[in-house]
Design a protein around this ligand. Structure first.
Ligand code: PLP
Length: 365
């Protein structure tokens, strides 16, 4: 038995998402790039590479990882590049997408050898969180004024538009794409390629994949563009668990258990967006509040129902823990960093990374 805590990536579950992505690519002609900001655990890139076209990035480190560990098409994007990193970024990318006209002009010379694009902000999004809404008022994410973009069209050949956030509603996607078409039509007609970003939950159960593919194909045909998607969450959803062990039990008006992990350190997004973790099947007569072991009072995974009473030493599998977890984990409280393990297609499990005191020490100085 592997020592907890550890993230366990199940390749057979990952494969289910990959097969949907492959089907979408085939039906729509769109290309799919893994968004490394969401998931960058390169030990499973060998599998993902078979089904996806490459990666997209949000920094020099990500573009380098994408180039070196994934290969295939490598898109570079960042909210802002620094002078000291641009040459290296360009060396790893086959396309660079600038967030603003200012950055495009500033790095015109350095980026002249690769395909260039610009991020557009359509002013509409599907986000229900202000924090994650790219179209929020005064957003810095992309250009929105067509009159300013027109004059730089000779420097770019495409656009990136990311305005879907956790969107499992095809009709909403369709409506927003219609708004994009209406707003940016003259620019889109001049483009060779358009990336529609991530945030579309097309690998979920019951998502109308064929309708989605037809819509992408129509968009591509109407404007004569190669469509790209940048699925993060959709690529890895439901593929991974965080395996933890109960360290302590107490009753403070509710039954609580403390586990050997921390939501603050290992699943930070749940805390940021005030969401509960998931446990399956979450049924049974024994309800517990599952708490993390950091000192943060609100370090709580959630309240769940269990078939049996929980005791010290019992293991719990926190579900759906691939996205925005391993890329965001931190050393708060010096809590033991979860190892990373993979369940191979034949069912065997191998640990691909363990973290030690030396890693903690070396993260500081
Ligand atoms: C530009 C861009 N592309 C892709 C993604 C991936 O989104 P998701 O993981 O929701 O699919 C994001 C997420 O923030 C993004 O900002």
């Amino acid at each position: 038995m592997i020592q907890t805590p550890y993230y366990l990536i199940d390749k057979s579950k990952l494969l289910q998402n990959m097969e949907k992505i492959a089907k979408l690519r085939e039906l729509s002609g769109a290309r799919a790039l893994l968004a490394l900001k969401c998931f960058a655990t390169w030990s499973v890139f060998d599998l993902m590479r078979e089904y996806m076209d490459g990666t997209t990035s949000s920094s020099l480190n990500e573009v380098r990882l994408g180039h070196e560990r994934f290969g295939k098409e490598t898109h570079a994007y960042s909210v802002a590049y620094a002078d000291y990193e641009i040459d290296e970024v360009v060396s790893h990318a086959d396309k660079i997408i600038f967030n603003t006209i200012g950055q495009l002009q500033r790095f015109e010379k350095q980026s002249s050898g690769i395909v260039r694009g610009l991020r557009l902000n359509p002013g509409v999004s599907s986000s229900s969180f202000d924090l994650a809404d790219p179209a929020r008022p005064f957003s810095r994410l992309g250009e929105w004024d067509m009159a300013k973009v027109e004059p730089v069209m000779d420097m770019i050949s495409g656009f990136m538009i990311h305005n879907n956030c956790e969107n499992g509603d095809f009709d909403l996607f369709d409506k927003m794409l219609g708004q994009i078409e209406e707003k940016f039509s003259p620019l889109l007609k001049k483009a060779d390629w358009v990336s529609l970003g991530g945030g579309i939950h097309f690998t979920g159960d019951n998502y109308p994949l064929t309708k989605f593919a037809e819509r992408l194909k129509r968009f591509s045909g109407e404007f004569g563009v190669q469509v790209y998607l940048e699925p993060g969450e959709a690529s890895i959803t439901r593929s991974t668990t965080l395996e933890v062990t109960v360290l302590d039990k107490l009753y403070n008006g509710k039954d609580l258990v403390v586990v050997d992990s921390s939501i603050e350190a290992h699943m930070l997004d749940l805390l940021i967006y005030r969401e509960s973790a998931k446990v399956h099947p979450n049924q049974g007569p024994h309800r517990y509040m599952v708490c993390g072991k950091s000192c943060l009072a609100g370090d709580i995974f959630g309240e769940f129902d269990f078939e049996n009473e929980l005791n010290v030493g019992d293991r719990i599998s926190i579900q759906d823990t691939a996205g925005y977890t391993m890329v965001k984990k931190n050393w708060f409280n010096g809590v033991k960093m979860p190892a990373i393990a993979i369940r191979e297609l034949d069912g065997s499990i191998r640990t691909v990374r363990e973290f030690s005191y030396a890693d903690y020490e070396q993260s500081l100085s």
